[in-house]
Design a protein around this ligand. Structure first.
Ligand SMILES: [Zn+2]
Length: 464
């Protein structure tokens, strides 16, 4: 069937069109893609032998899916991509609830057909257009999900599913598509009940008026593991409707999270930053440390988004040297101060926490820097380095580091060797970045002292 050639209701009738159910569309398209070796999901790193195969089974079974996991585990990304498994379907142009044009339920479609007959215009809509999302809060009412009725207009004798009388909610807009409910346990039980009634009976009562609506949709919802295991947060009959519950998870290795970070971070920068791998690893390690820190709320979790946002801020700070001093942006340790602002909104401390967010951020950074720098530099016997005084600052350009290295032959030798071994670009800014990593690592390891000069932006390393 060539969609472009089917422009009117008459064309559709001539084709003897039958609309497959949502679950049938998804099942058929999934299997076709798998058999053809086409990718089903894009950019989902670290899920290839856990979440993805489980999801395939759920979809082959035609199940509603509950994704269980802490925040920032690509749950909404999964849900959104599912809409690419939906067919393009024909609707009468202007129908608010994606009615099947051959068996319309809404007053709009019925009126249109009564007026125009087979000449009524058809529009083909993609799966993306039938995806609706609800961010749950306790004050979301059923009218947001089901729809809202204007009782006065009904009293005037208007029809119930008439755009004039009734504005359909998200579930009806997602008809023949996907309804994604983020954090389902946060929906008030009353709202969950109306969602259940809609799915179970196809009948909903809005402001006292029963509306019959055989809804056809795939429900994808998320829940935090704690809410999910606590009885009563999702009403029992609704929970029962989910054929499959799939646990999502944080990346299991530093390398996977680093890959996600590089893939997802804003990268359209004309400054063309160079980020040494150890700086990328430090950013990831900071998040890994946060996920184990006793003062951070581990129930909600620490999102991969923090890793991504931190990475973006780190590069942005280095980019300031590009803008002000015209040197290539190569992030270094002293730029890490810039990640505070991306960490503040994401770190949730426990009630027991006795430290401030800033203190905890400092701790996380120190632990991460020590681990990553040890991994990179210990094999060069870095702890035996003899170093005089070395000044670093986010405002200094690489040439100022290179100049100082002239009087630090041991340090210079290590920096040069590391740059060669790693195949890093041999430019002053890279030299500055490697130098700082070594100095800061040694400082945290207790091998060097450090004192502040001119406020927060300058520091001097040395043995005393
Ligand atoms: Zn309609």
């Amino acid at each position: 069937m060539i969609h472009a050639e089917i422009k009117t209701l008459g064309d559709l009738i001539a084709q003897d069109y039958k609309r497959p159910k949502v679950t049938e569309q998804i099942r058929a398209n999934l299997r076709r893609k798998l058999r053809a070796g086409e990718p089903v999901f894009e950019g989902l790193i670290g899920y290839s032998d856990t979440v993805i195969p489980q999801l395939y089974n759920a979809l082959r079974s035609g199940h509603h899916v509950l994704l269980i996991g802490e925040r920032g585990q690509a749950k909404s990304k999964i849900a959104r991509q599912l809409s690419s498994l939906l067919d393009e379907i024909p609707v009468l142009e202007g129908c608010p609830i994606n009615d099947n044009p051959l068996r319309p339920l809404c007053h709009f479609c019925k009126t249109l057909i009564a007026e125009k007959g087979n000449e009524a215009k058809i529009r083909w809509i993609t799966g993306r257009e039938r995806f609706r999302q609800i961010l749950s809060t306790t004050d979301i009412s059923s009218s947001e999900i089901i729809g809202d009725i204007d009782p006065i207009k009904v009293a005037e004798g208007r029809y119930l599913i008439d755009p004039d009388t009734f504005s359909p909610g998200k579930a009806l807009q997602a008809n023949n598509g996907i309804l994604y409910i983020d954090e389902l346990p946060d929906l008030a039980p009353k709202t969950q009940v109306s969602l259940f009634n809609l799915m179970e009976e196809g009948i909903v009562v809005a402001k006292g008026y029963p509306i019959e609506f055989p809804v056809d949709l795939l429900l994808v919802a998320t829940a935090n593991p704690v809410d999910y295991t606590t009885a009563g947060k999702i009403i029992e009959p609704l929970l029962d409707r989910f054929g499959s519950g799939i646990y999502t998870h944080y990346p299991r290795t530093l390398e996977e999270e680093r890959e996600i970070m590089v893939q997802e971070a804003f990268s359209n920068r004309d400054s063309q930053p160079i980020v040494p791998v150890f700086m990328q690893e430090i950013i990831v390690q900071i998040t890994l440390e946060a996920r184990n820190h006793p003062d951070i709320d581990q129930v909600k979790g620490t999102s991969v988004r923090m890793t991504i946002d931190n990475y973006e801020n780190l590069i942005s700070q280095a980019e300031e040297r590009f803008d002000l001093k015209n040197v290539p942006p190569v992030p270094r340790i002293s730029d890490l101060n810039a990640i505070r602002t991306s960490m503040y909104p994401k770190l949730e401390l426990t009630y027991m926490a006795s430290k401030s967010k800033d203190q905890i951020i400092d701790e996380l950074c120190r632990q991460a820097i020590l681990k990553i720098c040890t991994r990179h530099f210990a094999k060069y016997n870095w702890e035996t380095l003899c170093i005089g005084n070395f000044r670093v600052s986010t405002n200094m350009v690489g040439a100022e580091y290179v100049q100082q290295l002239d009087s630090e032959p041991e340090l210079k030798k290590l920096v040069d060797r590391y740059i060669q071994d790693q195949g890093l670009k041999e430019i002053d800014e890279v030299v500055a970045s490697v130098t700082e990593a070594i100095l800061e690592g040694l400082y945290i390891a207790g091998r060097l002292k450090k004192r502040e000069v001119d406020g927060v932006t300058g520091q001097v390393f040395g043995l005393d």
